[in-house]
Design a protein around this ligand. Structure first.
Ligand SMILES: Nc1nc2c(ncn2[C@@H]2O[C@H](COP(=O)(O)OP(=O)(O)O)[C@@H](O)[C@H]2O)c(=O)[nH]1
Ligand SMILES: [Mg+2]
Length: 450
């Protein structure tokens, strides 16, 4: 997409609202808007970052009274001249103003194009541009906090540190290419290896936040599982706060999987109510059971619900094993009816959908699972995305190869190729490939054999 034209779009959500905002960005942003705006102050006299009142008319007359704010490059979101028009939030009003802007010389912006320009103009790195979307989509406080940390450049800075470490090592190794008489001495080799080790550990720490990143962006996939009639749908309804699923004493009522997202202390939890597991002749119920198995295979966490007021049952409890015991929280439901002795010493959250007993305990169990269980227990300051994870994995692979090369006294040329591969992969995360520039800077301070 070219950067030399001027783009326009309605920036607020489509629908009715008190106000809406249109944005125009590019070299002719102010001129384009000047063609459709009438106010007491001419656009060329307007101070940046101040709002000016005026009107927008078309051939048939007044369309709306608006406020205009001009941002001069580079001090704008996109880094270009940018104008914001605040108008009334009507569907027709905003469309008419947009079409006037297009007639006046702007092009309709592609999705994400304002942020893309911000990235291309160096206002933010790629991780920050992605964080804008995370911020908009955040459904819980923790997701919002993680998005804001990334938007503030926390991940970018962490990666810059790693890039710097790696560049210094690379410069060191490449210096030997220019001075072939000086083989890498064992001591230097050891020192460089230690450094790569350290860099690898930093990368691994970042990669370890990928699960948290996935949970914050897409929610913790939590499957409610158990025999029919133990209260799975009741549990979903209770946690959700309204009657989403049909609850009935007839076993086999829930046939399809039902999914809703709740917020557990800032963690987005995608609750999935299932048909549960039992043998059934009913073909619809069988399909429901097949879907249950699919959900189980993809679950981050399984809430295994049992009726603790009833005997444990004599059949080998096949449903108790969901394949991965670590990601299971046992919910001993219906304790308002008393706890049967079979369950008396079983570890699990004592719960009642009738009295809400155990709700806090269950939230705590979910929290503990995410914070200290399978997900590392970090502070969510950095929570990388799937894309970041793929790039960083690649960087780690290249780094390992370089380490192997160094340990086996391979030619510096070869080690350098792998290190550059690692740097490129990290560059993909932030969207910058300035290895040469940075190397030049380091080399200028670097001397060998002197
Ligand atoms: N006493 C009591 N009854 C419950 C409790 N939870 C669910 N039930 C009842 O158990 C029956 C089955 O509940 P349902 O949620 O449909 O179970 P599911 O088949 O596992 O989804 C219904 O009649 C519910 O009212 C509970 O905690 N205490
Ligand atoms: Mg049910």
């Amino acid at each position: 997409m070219p950067l030399d034209d001027t783009i326009a779009a309605i920036s607020t959500a489509v629908g009715e609202g008190a106000i809406a905002v249109l944005r125009v960005s590019g070299p002719e942003a102010v001129e384009v808007v000047a063609r459709i705006f009438r106010g007491a102050t001419a656009t060329e006299k307007m101070e940046p970052r101040r709002s000016y009142f005026g009107e927008i008319n078309d051939a048939t007359g007044l369309i709306d009274q608006v406020l205009l704010t001009i941002f001069r490059r580079p001090q704008s979101y996109t880094g270009e001249d940018l104008v914001e028009i605040s108008c009334h939030g009507g569907i027709l009003v905003t469309r008419k103003i947009l079409s006037l802007l297009l007639n006046a010389g702007a092009r309709s912006a592609e999705p994400g194009e304002f942020t893309q320009r911000a990235f291309l103009n160096g206002k933010m790195d790629l991780t920050q541009a992605e964080a804008v979307m995370d911020l908009i989509r955040a459904q819980t406080e923790l997701a919002l906090r993680a998005a804001n940390e990334q938007l503030a450049g926390h991940l970018g800075r962490e990666l810059t540190k790693i890039q710097d470490q790696l560049l210094t090592t690379l410069a060191h190794i490449e210096a030997y290419i220019d001075f072939p008489d000086e083989g890498i001495s064992p001591e230097t080799g050891k020192m460089l290896l230690d450094r790569l080790q350290e860099t690898g550990a930093s990368l691994a720490r970042l990669v370890a936040t990928a699960d948290q990143g996935r949970i914050l962006r897409h929610g913790l996939r939590t499957v409610i599982y158990g025999e029919p009639n133990v209260g799975k749908s009741s549990l979903l309804n209770l946690l959700l706060g309204y009657d989403r699923a049909i609850v009935s004493e007839t076993p086999g009522t829930t046939r399809d999987t039902i999914e809703e997202t709740i917020n557990v202390r800032g963690i987005p939890v995608r609750l999935i109510d299932t048909a549960g597991k039992r043998s059934s002749e009913d073909s619809i119920e069988q399909e429901g059971i097949r879907r249950t198995e699919l959900q189980l295979a993809q679950a981050d966490l399984v809430l295994q619900v049992v009726d603790a007021s009833a005997p444990r049952g004599t059949a080998p409890d096949e449903s108790m094993s969901t394949g991965n015991e670590k990601n299971r929280v046992l919910v001993l439901n219906k304790v308002d009816l008393g706890i049967h002795e079979d369950w008396a010493s079983t570890k699990g959250v004592r719960f009642s959908c009738r009295t809400r007993e155990g709700e806090e305990g269950l939230n705590q169990a979910i929290w503990d699972f995410v914070m200290t269980g399978g997900f590392g227990g970090q502070d969510f300051r950095i929570a990388i995305s799937v894309r970041h994870q793929a790039c960083l994995q690649k960087a780690i692979t290249e780094l390992e190869a370089a380490k192997g090369g160094l340990a086996n006294s391979k030619l510096p040329e070869l080690i350098s190729i792998e290190l550059r591969g690692a740097l490129d992969a990290i560059g993909d995360v932030v969207g910058r490939h300035d290895t040469e520039d940075l190397l030049g800077r380091i080399f200028s301070e670097f001397c060998i054999g002197k």
